[in-house]
Ligand binder design. Sequence first.
Ligand code: SF4
Ligand code: FES
Length: 359
Amino acid sequence: MSVPPPIAMLAELTHRCPLSCPYCSNPVQLERKETELGTEAWTDVFQQAHAMGVLQLHLSGGEPASRRDLEDLTEAAAGIGLYTNLITSGIGLTPRRLDRLEAVGLDHVQLSLQGTTAKLADRIGGYRGGFDRKMAIAKEISARGIPLTLNAVMHRQNLDDLDRTIEMAVELGARRLEVACVQFHGWAMSNRAALLPTRQQTMAVKQTVAGAAQRLQGVLAFDFVPPDYYADYPKACMGGWGSSGLNVTPNGTVLPCHAAQTIPHLAFENVREKPLLDIWRASSAFNAYRGTEWLPEPCKSCERKETDFGGCRCQALALAGDAGVTDPICKKSPKHKEVVKVLLERRFEEDQTLLHRSF
Ligand code: SF4
Ligand code: FES
């Protein structure tokens, strides 16, 4: 099969992070500092990615600012022409580090927001003082004119603050607000009972985002990731498996998506052992669910199969116990009633206990 190149690569530079958000998309088994790729190895990965056609590089973590060579890595990536997006909590960034990042060509910052008040944000992030430091660095980013996206991760415990979240994005000078309702993988799955939105919140968030997007046209752009479990159809996770993006973990393991390691029968290859292009094109993990040939029924004969590619493989595994079946979020899935409807009938409202991520 001829395989077009990916557009974007997510480089998880480190799993280290001062925060410990209970919905962290990192795997439950975190990789330690000793196993991380060094500056030279990452630079080589960026060069390989650029050579194979990648345009956008997302520098992520954990907290990428936990790496002292973040500025050097950014310089290496920007220098070869990759569009660089720094995905950060802001903790570990300083005005001086921002100056250097700007000077070496950083294109964009995506700053996470855990809540609209210090009390809530610091509780969710598990880091006292984090909110105030984040606000200070957001102002520094805007003052330099570096394009800023605020990434607000929303769930039952903060969805009622959405109006204030939108106001804050405008006040901080963000150009884009990502209203990202929690996706239940990794740590978020362990905290699903405390984070799953109510049906009422789900209805309200859609209306609020639609209204604000219209009202703030030209001021603030919106990206909206709705709560999956209340949808009729699943999302095309990663735009389709092995179609447009890839992730590299701190130790150099190459993944088709951030939760792929939860699928036990897949074997993943590493940039220390194989060229990135070979892994992208020929590895069994990337080819396992690529395209539409592998699709089971009802997807195989469905008119939406080129739209959502049967949904998310990791979600199919988590909810139905099999990564190779139709994502149970889909109302056509034979498992939809049994796993999703039944789940939503449970009463989670009282459960607010959070398990924070840790090594
Ligand atoms: Fe998508 Fe499959 Fe559902 Fe059709 S049946 S909407 S292809 S998940
Ligand atoms: Fe793995 Fe969706 S998170 S396919």
